[in-house]
Ligand binder design. Structure first.
Ligand SMILES: *Cc1c(COP(=O)(O)O)cnc(C)c1O
Length: 222
């Protein structure tokens, strides 16, 4: 898309979001010109699936915006991820939490994280299974240099976005349960939910972070 058009879609999208809902611009494959146009139009959070791509874009955009990791994080990238990101939305195991915590401790940084739930219980997807999330949150809650701030889910992909609703509801149920549990050092504030086409339904079901790519930038570059 041309940068003038990106600015228009970003402004339209931002003005359509209810107060209190944050937009993460899902930026994979985009050019620095496209990302800078989105930032000029008001994007405050950039989301990346791959660390290397985020590092490259950081050199063009810098720390005037926040950087969220929204893809699966590998342990061997935990150190660089700890340095770059302002939030990791995809913590789904004790192992990756341990690595992020260790590197953040070295850097004297406290990393806000979301726990990724595999709400569709799909065997090929990342994320912790819904019946394991409470235990994982309790354990990660004891780590000194990461701070659990909520949940993230993709939900299964459907032609009809309405079909994703039960998975958003399941994620909200887990969120409410953890909120009520009042676990020490766990601060349940954010639910990052939805995929292409389903973010409006995700908001109806309680999402206050939405990750949007194609709608803002057009079809992805290959
Ligand atoms: C790419 C991506 C999105 C946005 O998807 P679009 O279809 O481009 O809107 C949201 N969440 C995650 C984790 C993604 O990787």
């Amino acid at each position: 898309m041309r940068t003038t058009q990106i600015k228009e879609t970003v402004k339209t999208c931002l003005s359509s979001l209810p107060p209190g809902v944050d937009l993460v611009a899902a930026a994979k494959t985009r050019t620095p010109e496209e990302i800078n146009a989105a930032v000029e139009a008001g994007v405050r959070i950039i989301g990346y699936n791959y660390l290397q791509e985020a590092e490259r874009m950081f050199t063009h955009v810098g720390s005037s915006v926040q950087w969220h990791m929204i893809g699966h994080l590998q342990s061997n990238k935990a150190k660089r991820a700890a340095r770059l990101f302002d939030m990791i939305e995809t913590i789904d195991s004790l192992k990756i939490a341990f690595e992020v915590n260790r590197h953040c401790a070295d850097m004297n940084k406290i990393m806000p994280v979301l726990i990724e739930i595999n709400s569709g219980e799909e065997s090929n997807k990342t994320g912790v299974l819904p019946d394991k999330v409470d235990d994982l949150v309790r354990e990660i809650g004891t780590f000194s240099h990461i701070r659990v701030q909520g949940l993230m889910t993709m939900g299964p992909r459907f032609g009809d976005p309405g079909e994703a609703r039960p998975y958003f509801r399941a994620t909200k149920a887990a969120f409410d349960r953890l909120y009520e549990a009042n676990i020490p050092d766990v601060e349940m504030r954010f639910m990052s939910m939805g995929m292409r086409n389903s973010y409006e339904i995700a908001i109806e079901e309680g999402a206050n972070i939405v990750r949007i790519g194609t709608y803002l930038f057009g079809e992805r570059h290959k």
